[in-house]
Design a binder for this molecule. Structure first.
Ligand code: GLP
Length: 261
């Protein structure tokens, strides 16, 4: 794991987008794992800008989203598909045939979970997975106590997650109660992943995920097991980290980061 501290949210998002853009330039048929949430909005906005300015080509990129709410149709504005359509897919040149999401309206959600895992495997696996983090430490909708080897399946949303998304849906009672999500094990199988966290509401959970023990109560802590995981935080989300000077030293000295400094 590597931790990169950036002065503010905009720069943290820009760095994340720069890594995605570089990955797509190097491998035009990259398989991307996408994430939704407010943290990701400036990442997609930056990618859209790079597409407009430099013609970054998404026509061969395959996209798999992490999760979807159960019971929301894909054209619902606050479904994960609706979010990505608005912030990303409609603004760049994705081929819709290359976009995959778990279907939260599927009649048989268990079969849908298996289908999704099979699609990911058939694509050759995820090259780069983007992740946010919930205030309860979730990645995707892998709520506290999710098995660290779990695969795509339905999970009940934790009260904290419902609270976090209540404003968006117009009140806690309107937030769906379940999500269908890639499992922690699915995420750990990606070749590379980037977890982005911004703002002081994430400071404590970021410190627990990065510097605390690996525990099912904080599913993001499982990323410590990932062979190539980069955690990008702004100053606010990084305030509770103990080893900030060490992370800065690595970022300054690791040749890999030369082009991104
Ligand atoms: C949601 C999503 C996660 C996301 C998290 C953080 O519940 N399922 O994938 O990372 O919340 O959202 P935000 O970026 O809005 O804080």
């Amino acid at each position: 794991m590597e931790v990169i501290l950036q002065p503010d949210g905009q720069r943290a998002a820009a760095l994340t987008a720069a890594i995605v853009a570089e990955t797509v330039r190097r491998k035009p048929a990259t398989v991307l794992g996408l994430a939704t949430g407010r943290t990701m909005e400036p990442v997609y906005a930056t990618l859209v800008q790079i597409h407009r300015d430099e013609g970054l080509d998404f026509s061969r990129v395959r996209a798999f989203n992490l999760d979807e709410y159960v019971g929301l149709s894909s054209d619902h504005a606050y479904s994960c598909r609706g979010f990505l359509k608005r912030h990303f897919f409609d603004a760049v040149n994705f081929d819709v045939r290359n976009i995959q999401m778990p279907d939260g309206m599927a009649e048989d959600l268990e079969a849908e979970s298996h289908r999704y895992e099979a699609e990911i495997a058939a694509s050759g696996g995820i090259d780069l997975q983007l992740l946010g983090i919930g205030v309860d430490g979730h990645i995707g909708f892998n709520e506290p106590l999710s098995a660290l080897r779990s695969r795509t399946r339905v999970k009940a949303l934790a009260p904290q997650t419902i609270g976090q998304n209540a404003a968006l849906f117009g009140g806690p009672l309107k937030v769906p109660r379940r999500g269908i999500t890639m499992g922690v094990g699915t995420i750990l199988d990606s070749r590379r992943c980037i977890m982005l966290a911004t703002g002081e509401s994430k400071a404590e959970i970021v410190a627990r995920a990065v510097e605390g023990p690996i525990a099912a109560m904080v599913t993001a802590s499982a990323l410590q097991l990932h062979p190539r995981c980069t955690v990008v935080v702004d100053e606010e989300a990084g305030t509770r980290l103990q080893a900030k000077e060490y992370y800065r030293w690595i970022f300054e000295n690791e040749p890999e980061w030369e082009a991104f400094r």
